[in-house]
Write a protein that binds this ligand. Sequence first.
Ligand SMILES: Cc1cc2nc3c(=O)[nH]c(=O)nc-3n(C[C@H](O)[C@H](O)[C@H](O)COP(=O)(O)OP(=O)(O)OC[C@H]3O[C@@H](n4cnc5c(N)ncnc54)[C@H](O)[C@@H]3O)c2cc1C
Length: 413
Amino acid sequence: MNPGVSRRTFVGAAVAAGASVKSRAQNGSRAAGSLAYDVAIVGSGVFGAWTARHLLSRGLRVALIDKYGPGSSRASSGGETRVIRMGYGSQEIYTRMSWDSLTQWKNLERATGERLFTETGMVFLARGKDELTNDSLAMLNKVGIPHERLERADLVARYPQIDFGPITWALSEPRSGALFARRAVQTVVREFQKAGGEFILGQADAPSTDAAVTSIKVGERTVRATNFVFACGPWLGKIFPDVLGDRIFPTRQEVFYFGVPPGDDRFGPPKMPTWIDFGAEIYGIPDLETRGFKCAIDKHGPKFDPDSGERLVTAESTAMVKSFVAERFPALKNAPIVGSEVCQYENSSNGDFLIDRHPKHSNVWLVGGGSGHGFKHGPALGAYVADRITKGGATDAKFSLATKEKVQARVVH
Ligand SMILES: Cc1cc2nc3c(=O)[nH]c(=O)nc-3n(C[C@H](O)[C@H](O)[C@H](O)COP(=O)(O)OP(=O)(O)OC[C@H]3O[C@@H](n4cnc5c(N)ncnc54)[C@H](O)[C@@H]3O)c2cc1C
């Protein structure tokens, strides 16, 4: 438990306003159809799940609510794998959050025995001056994260199965790799439940009042709490149309898995790293658990509805990715697609996360804007939100609602 937070002390806005908070042990309230908590979190994606875990570990009574279940195929946290890397150009905050998160992911892996992370290494493929990758290199130096600059000749010698085409150099992070997305989120939620947290399957409504929020409806149930967190990813704009309807931009993203040739180990670790080519807006993860060689499009796709959108890849993207793979990985020229996923990014205007209080309700938190790079940060972000709720204090301007514009201009990559 955080030393600054006892089971009975709770420095949230609602407390300041006089609302009472009961400890986990005290709070046994179970009037028919009505449940009461210190914090109710709507959304058990990676952001909500880690926030719940951290709040629970601070001794609070926490409910985690999700309408489809953790890491569902509709959630941005669903699917097989996610990249975890430290390079973020000059954005120090994300480099540090990712490094901190990697430790937390590994600790969870150790504690549960679940395979959550594979250290494949991460290679940022660069062309010429490449300011972003140069800035990343400088930042990794500053923060003290292991890395290596690879020249073209090094790349060719190390990865003979790749045709580097226009790539002239690369930044390599040997400690980075891939997280098993759905499994990781479900593990966080399972551990949360084992530790005494409550998971509720149901659809929550937004607060229906302009006055102080003391409860929300989840289906037929009323969930009472002192603080509320809406970590609803791409749904945030639907739930809070006035505040976020034009500030969260869900985009359709396509992911492909290619079958590797029989008996060929060149497309899995340790021979193949996770890689990204920001210039081509494409990235990939090696063949893990025999799922196939993953190649995905980072360029933002069209607007997408996370509830009703069909998740079938398009012929256009298929042709584009096939052609990229054939050129960059010649041995996969005729490799079949053995799987695909359609997911959605839940972009903020510039890629910065959203962590702020609702403008009308100081005990309602809006958490999201993962913007295609949020998964890896779940552990550090969850701790950050838990700190704001239990200790108070302003959030970083970067994460504030005020900095979320209505027009997209991507800055964080
Ligand atoms: C294809 C793809 C590739 C990506 N690649 C990477 C990567 O390589 N590395 C990386 O770090 N990040 C990556 N990301 C981004 C990352 O996955 C997301 O930023 C992150 O998962 C967002 O998590 P979240 O918890 O905010 O949202 P979600 O995971 O979408 O969770 C929101 C949850 O809220 C629930 N919900 C919504 N409304 C309600 C309601 N009214 N009542 C109850 N429940 C509700 C939903 O069911 C859902 O489970 C990628 C994303 C995609 C789609």
